[in-house]
Design a protein around this ligand. Sequence first.
Ligand SMILES: Cc1cc2nc3c(=O)[nH]c(=O)nc-3n(C[C@H](O)[C@H](O)[C@H](O)COP(=O)(O)OP(=O)(O)OC[C@H]3O[C@@H](n4cnc5c(N)ncnc54)[C@H](O)[C@@H]3O)c2cc1C
Length: 166
Amino acid sequence: MFREMRRFKQQLADEEAVEILKQGKTGILAVLGDEGYPYTVPINYVYDDGKIYMHSAKSGHKVDAIEACDKASFCVIDRDDVVPADYSTLFRSVVAFGRVRIMDEEEAKMAAIRLLGDKYNPGQDEALEAEIARAYSRMHMIELEIEHLTGKQAKELAHVKSPLDE
Ligand SMILES: Cc1cc2nc3c(=O)[nH]c(=O)nc-3n(C[C@H](O)[C@H](O)[C@H](O)COP(=O)(O)OP(=O)(O)OC[C@H]3O[C@@H](n4cnc5c(N)ncnc54)[C@H](O)[C@@H]3O)c2cc1C
């Protein structure tokens, strides 16, 4: 049911889209918010094996929305170089659609926390364990299982290095 890209020549290979998800720092999570208004919220994340993991406080708009509806999308911008003279932007981005949930299995949740911690502060096992001990009881882990992923780039970038080369 997911749409094809109209400008298919700008579509990235699947591996390039995944690479952008792996390398990205911040994504925009879109959920169905209050009264049918889409709610888009910037968030740090880690990608692993077709899933996106995020951490969150246990309450709030985002959590309420996820509990009410498990459909979500997630966007990461890899490049956004505006070219004023051309009235254009050299962009590269990905959009994922999928099902989102609050994780409740302890082992998988802990594994996701460690993946997230290691992405942003790599190799700091002791500090990470201390942070987990401090924050765990106040923290939800959110999992987005990707159902459909596309990457797209401005046509001018077609011959520039791909995220796989960076
Ligand atoms: C680069 C970046 C990385 C972040 N990483 C994380 C993360 O890893 N985990 C995490 O939990 N949060 C992260 N945040 C904060 C996140 O964007 C939310 O503010 C936070 O998760 C609370 O969301 P909520 O729906 O529970 O907030 P609530 O306070 O319940 O939201 C209520 C209302 O506040 C407004 N609001 C909430 N967040 C924002 C915002 N960021 N900007 C403007 N208005 C807002 C909206 O109108 C929303 O409807 C990050 C933010 C940025 C910019």
